[in-house]
Design a protein around this ligand. Sequence first.
Ligand code: SAH
Ligand code: SF4
Ligand code: F3S
Length: 455
Amino acid sequence: MSDNLAHVNIEEKNLERTSPARKVYVETYGCQMNLADTEIVLGIMNKSGYAPTQAIDEADVVLLNTCSVREHAEDKIHQRLGTIRKQMSRRPDLVVGVLGCMAERLRSNLIERHQVDIVVGPDEYRKLPELLDGAISGERGIGVRLSRTETYDDITPFRSEGVSAWISVMRGCDKFCTFCIVPFTRGRERSRTLSGVVGEVERLVGEGFREVTLLGQNVNSYLDEGRDFADLLSAVAKVDRSLRVRFTTSHPQDLSDKLIDTIAQHDNLCKYIHLPVQSGSDRVLKAMNRTYSREHYLALVGRIRSRMPGVALSTDIIAGFPTETDEEHSETLSLMEEVKYDGAYMFKYSPREGTPAFKLGDDVPEDVKAARLNEIIALQQRVSNETNQSLVGTIAEVMVDGKSKRSELQMSGRTDTNKTVIFTAGSLRPGELVKVRIKRASSATLFGELAGASN
Ligand code: SAH
Ligand code: SF4
Ligand code: F3S
């Protein structure tokens, strides 16, 4: 999962209320779970009479949905809050709130440091309308209790128009990888009901969505009254055989053979698995509490590939975990070389206070970390490039996302394996499935031309 800034594209929708609605502007940072949460937040706020806006200057309420995963992610938000306060000094009535993982982690410190009006963690979004009412009458509000049961199963997310929807199927994480803040900011693992998820998918199909991505920090431990993630995926796949179904993230320890078979059996379950490895060294994996060995991981990759040739795999890698030696770093490189990932999110280790790894110190010097990260990135680019070159000359089935950002004459879409394809075609509707002949490739993108419509 990436932590890029993502502005949620919200079209203003008509509200049932007659009085002019108060306007809310949200900026979302962090992973896809946060994007999905922003839609839940807007669902809750819409019900109490708020209308989303994409223009911060028009907003009565500005919310930042934040990420704590690395120090850099938090630094960006501190800076952003500084800018917002400055810009808004001419609007004393404006309400500013912090949501998400930083709200959970830093709590009242955020009020002290940035004078924000409300701070609300991931499990307390139902309280937003009440806290905002308080803030409007000048009361600062905090809601940061974590819950063992909250899944927002009954909330209808307020989605921007489009063809692709996020659906959180579970919340929290019980894995406690030693580097990771998420179990502390998101609390214990809990799943939504299978019927709730399937019902939501049915509604989305009715509204014209053509792709859904089921989300959780570790979707493989989804469980609802004995029904596991494989059962959920089959049920979702059956809703509409032409709906593309994606999911993320899979923890390598819990990816069962039943799940592999399920993905293989259904054509509309995308043949793309994000399977973060973090490190190629057994000693480091152990220190990270990842609970699998290199051998287990490679055997799993072998089973996935033999059952689904052509499947795309991506990963997350951390460079410079405390005590990591040069040799252990080389083991990460050799694992990457062996697996040949289609893509990777690659990070320098960032110490997070309160996590077990924090106590180990941060003993890999910054320049060593940076050099290791650069090697990891260079290797991945080479491998991605090789894989993509091997696709030149093939015909790919592509779901149209929209016009390419680079040129009005080109469209952009994605393959089943989640590769971006830029191709020459007349105007096509987002969500259409077309065949594209791949003419050339870079490490990040495939380029081609329309070869026909898919059946
Ligand atoms: N649940 C997902 C990932 C959540 S965080 C999973 O288990 O894969 C996304 C990624 O951020 C992680 O996979 C990890 O590679 C990275 N990450 C998490 N904590 C980090 C830290 N303290 N420093 C650097 N990278 C970190
Ligand atoms: Fe963090 Fe590990 Fe949970 Fe992923 S599985 S969210 S890395 S603790
Ligand atoms: Fe960041 Fe929280 Fe997601 S820490 S990566 S927004 S779960």
